[in-house]
Design a protein around this ligand. Structure first.
Ligand code: ADP
Length: 341
């Protein structure tokens, strides 16, 4: 992204500026120290005479001869020159190495931000695409209706019904998008009964199951886990709703709660259409819908349910795993936080 290319360069420039400021201050200090040491050291090279008095040994510089002064000054300026060359060389090396290291560090620091901005862009593009589809359908239907001069009352009612369905779809999408943003908040975990929440959700979705003559078998062990009731309710609701949606009429669904290795589990098994192995790794991605759900069974949805459920499970320190056999059914297992006694 162009925006980030400029940001990398700016950040690199700032890092280099800081490194060079430190390096130059250090070089000036080294230069001053070395110059004083040189003066002192070479000054001592001049002839001296020692005498004794009541205070001990006294050292007195002999008057400098013209020759020794020239030699000392020559050596001094020679050493200064070499010192300056070395310090300049050192600073150039620091500049080159510092620039390379700074660019690498800038990329490393900015990478997560760049990824998150890319994800935001993808999300916005996908969301607008999902919004456009029902809007385009509604617009086309209304335009056709308006152009038809002999539109009967029944046809107008059918058109309104169809529009209402699309509006419901849009409402569902808006709810899903809102749920995705809200699950970012940290959850407050308290002891809850998995059995109670699961049976409440099963009762709520029973009419939907009845409409497809699907029997929900409950195998609910009493398990208390540390979680948030509303989030667990929503997770089970999404999974059970999917199990019903992607099952054929007259099949069975099993809803289980159990505990294992200190964790509480909810398991939902259906005898539905199943998910291909190649599609399984993507079903938790936002807006992903497996081919079979789009073409074969024409189930309504936006591909947001499972990503919301996974995000909620993660906010409870849990996770969801799925296994499936196409044509036979799927199993979704929710692992939740530690079991409370
Ligand atoms: P939606 O159901 O709205 O399409 P989800 O995020 O809930 O979105 O599911 C993503 C996809 O995963 C679905 O489109 C479907 O292809 C697949 N899927 C989810 N649950 C099941 C299931 N129980 N049986 C078969 N396929 C499923």
């Amino acid at each position: 992204m162009k925006l980030f290319d400029t940001a990398y360069l700016r950040m690199t420039a700032w890092y280099v500026l800081i490194i060079m400021a430190i390096s130059l201050i250090f070089s000036v200090w080294v230069y001053n120290q070395a110059r004083n040491e040189l003066r002192f050291g070479l000054g001592r090279a001049l002839p001296a005479q020692y005498s004794f008095n009541n205070n001990g040994v006294q050292m007195t510089r002999l008057p400098e001869s013209g020759f020794s002064k020239i030699v000392v000054n020559e050596r001094l300026s020679d050493s200064h020159r070499r010192l300056v060359v070395r310090l300049v060389g050192l600073n150039v090396a620091v500049l080159v190495a510092g620039a390379a290291a700074s660019y690498w560090l800038a990329r490393r620091t900015m990478r997560p931000i760049e990824e998150s901005v890319e994800a935001q862009h993808r999300f916005t593009a996908d969301a607008s695409h999902e919004l456009r589809t029902p809007l385009a359908a509604m617009k086309a239907e209304i335009e056709v209706g308006l152009r038809d001069k002999k539109l009967s009352k029944d046809e107008a009612v059918a058109l309104l019904h169809s529009n209402l369905e699309e509006i419901d779809r849009l409402g569902g999408l808006a709810d899903g998008l809102l749920a995705l943003t809200q699950t970012d908040d940290a959850s407050v975990l308290v002891p809850i009964s998995l059995e109670d929440v699961a049976s409440k959700v099963a009762k709520r979705l029973q009419p939907l199951a009845d409409s497809k003559k699907i029997e929900i078998t409950r195998q609910l062990e009493p398990v208390i886990v540390s979680a948030e009731e509303a989030a667990v309710d929503k997770i089970i609701g999404i999974l059970l709703d999917n199990a019903i949606k992607y099952s054929l009429t007259g099949t069975a669904i099993t809803l289980r709660t159990y505990q294992k290795d200190g964790h509480g589990y909810v398991e939902i098994t259906d005898q539905g259409i199943g998910i291909k192995a190649s599609e399984l790794p993507h079903i938790f991605d936002r807006f992903y819908r497996a081919d079979s759900s789009r073409s074969k069974v024409h189930v309504a949805g936006h591909g947001l349910g499972l990503s919301i459920a996974q995000q909620l499970a993660e906010s409870l320190n849990g996770k969801i795993q799925a296994t499936s056999t196409p044509g036979k059914g799927s199993v979704f297992v929710v692992k939740l936080g530690s079991v409370q006694s």
